[in-house]
Design a protein around this ligand. Structure first.
Ligand SMILES: [Zn+2]
Length: 181
């Protein structure tokens, strides 16, 4: 599911031309800040999910941890009785996050992963001296991402973060290397 960290640790890192490279922590911080779903202290947990092979399962494990919140608390949050939410996961939710308590950690994780994936593609484009091209998801209703769809630019000026005016919490904007004609 996460194709970018399969590299053996003995393999040397490719030189990176992009000095503004965004690491996992910066991607997570942006996702927490932009979504407003989690408190900043959730950053370590989210970063650890991203390092897992299956981050969706890692999020679920986090929610399933003991001790769980009580059925009364679940009811208050509008969570079904058999929905898992650990006290730890609850403590990381902002008020906004509590409106969608079972989804907040996953949404933040996926947003951060999107940023990291875009950073990898920017790095690849820089190495090959290609331009990058934006591809909007077919599913997105975000106008900003739709307007970017098919546009290309110099990889050096591309940002791995979701566009500032993107209104999709889980921004699915993809960056691809533009193969020259
Ligand atoms: Zn968008």
């Amino acid at each position: 599911m996460w194709p970018f960290k399969k590299k053996a640790s003995s393999e040397p890192e490719a030189p990176r031309a992009n000095s503004k490279e965004v690491g996992i922590r910066a991607a997570v911080d942006e996702a927490i800040r932009a979504t407003g779903l989690l408190k900043p202290e959730a950053a370590n947990a989210i970063a650890s999910f991203i390092n897992e092979d299956d981050c969706t399962r890692a999020v679920l494990r986090h929610r399933k941890r003991e001790p769980q919140i009580s059925d009364v608390e679940k009811k208050k949050l509008g969570i079904r009785k058999n929905g898992f939410l650990s006290q730890k996961a609850l403590s990381e939710l902002t008020e906004k996050g509590m409106l969608n308590a079972l989804y907040a950690h996953e949404a933040v994780t996926h947003r951060a992963m999107g940023t990291i994936a875009r950073q990898h593609l920017i790095n690849a484009a820089l190495e090959m001296k290609f331009e990058i091209e934006y591809i909007a998801s077919h599913q997105t209703e975000c106008r900003t991402c739709r307007e970017l769809d098919g546009k290309s630019c110099d990889a050096r000026s591309a940002s791995p973060f979701p566009p500032e005016r993107c209104d999709d919490v889980n921004c699915r904007l993809v960056i691809a290397c533009k193969i020259p004609d």
